[in-house]
Design a protein around this ligand. Structure first.
Ligand SMILES: C[S@@+](CC[C@H](N)C(=O)[O-])C[C@H]1O[C@@H](n2cnc3c(N)ncnc32)[C@H](O)[C@@H]1O
Length: 228
């Protein structure tokens, strides 16, 4: 994580309070002990993913899953891989826990906290894919340092991927898409799988953030890079 001149960490998110519905609160109470993982800032204890999932299968990390629709949908369509979602927004966590229970998914685990703190605890080469769909765009220039897709974060994510593993990002902010491409192209350990923007993959479900961008007339950009 990068830090400001005073040494305070620069976050990719603003903590915000959200209301938990009864459905979310029930899901939390029932599913969190089974499926949840609390990310503690500064904790560097290596995470045993085989123990977390109860099996050894290829793993997908989804950063900032929002309400978790895409995590649940993709995990349901992909039973051979395990999906670890990480989010800071608690109603979204409650929603994903509810979706997992309703759909009886066994290949999803849910982490609460800062994604990059979690990533630091993952072994090198332990991920088959990393997904970052519609990360906060931080459109103002003075906030660009908060963007998730920064050279330092990308280097760390790439190192956690297995060789040949993919980093898949999507955004509806053209300027962020360009900046992502520049950052991802600049990482010599990654190769652009499509040589440019990727065609929208059918396996990426539409979320309300994507719909909002489309309704506002914005173009959607997918970027898929492979670890060399
Ligand atoms: C614009 S939303 C997109 C949500 C979802 N991917 C979608 O497409 O609907 C970005 C999400 O990323 C989360 N987020 C931002 N930085 C994060 C971080 N460092 N760790 C975990 N979640 C993060 C925010 O809380 C927010 O829910």
């Amino acid at each position: 994580m990068t830090s400001d001149p005073a040494g305070r960490p620069i976050r990719t998110f603003h903590p915000r309070r959200g209301r938990m519905s009864n459905r979310h609160a029930d899901a939390f109470a029932e599913q969190w002990p089974r499926l949840g993982l609390t990310v503690i800032d500064g904790d560097r204890t290596p995470l045993d993913l085989a123990e977390l999932f109860g099996r050894d299968a290829p793993r997908v990390l989804e950063i900032g899953f929002g309400m978790g629709e895409s995590t649940a949908e993709m995990a349901a369509a992909d039973p051979g891989r395990d999906h670890l979602g990480v989010e800071v927004h608690t109603p979204g966590i409650g929603n994903l826990l509810a979706l997992v229970a309703e759909r009886r998914l066994t290949n999803v685990r849910v982490a609460h906290g800062d994604a990059m703190e979690l990533v630091r605890r993952l072994p090198a080469g332990s991920l088959d894919a990393v997904h970052s769909f519609f990360p906060d765009p931080w459109p103002k220039a003075r906030h660009h340092k908060r963007r998730l897709i920064s050279p330092g974060n990308v280097a760390l994510l790439r190192e956690r991927l297995r060789p040949g593993g993919t980093l898949h990002c999507a955004t509806d902010w053209a300027h962020y898409a360009e900046a992502m491409r520049e950052t991802l192209d600049g990482d010599t350990g990654l190769v652009n799988a499509y040589g440019g923007y990727a065609p929208r993959p059918g396996h990426r479900p539409r979320t309300k953030f994507e719909d909002r961008g489309v309704r506002a007339g914005r173009e959607i950009f997918d970027l898929v890079y492979r670890r060399r």
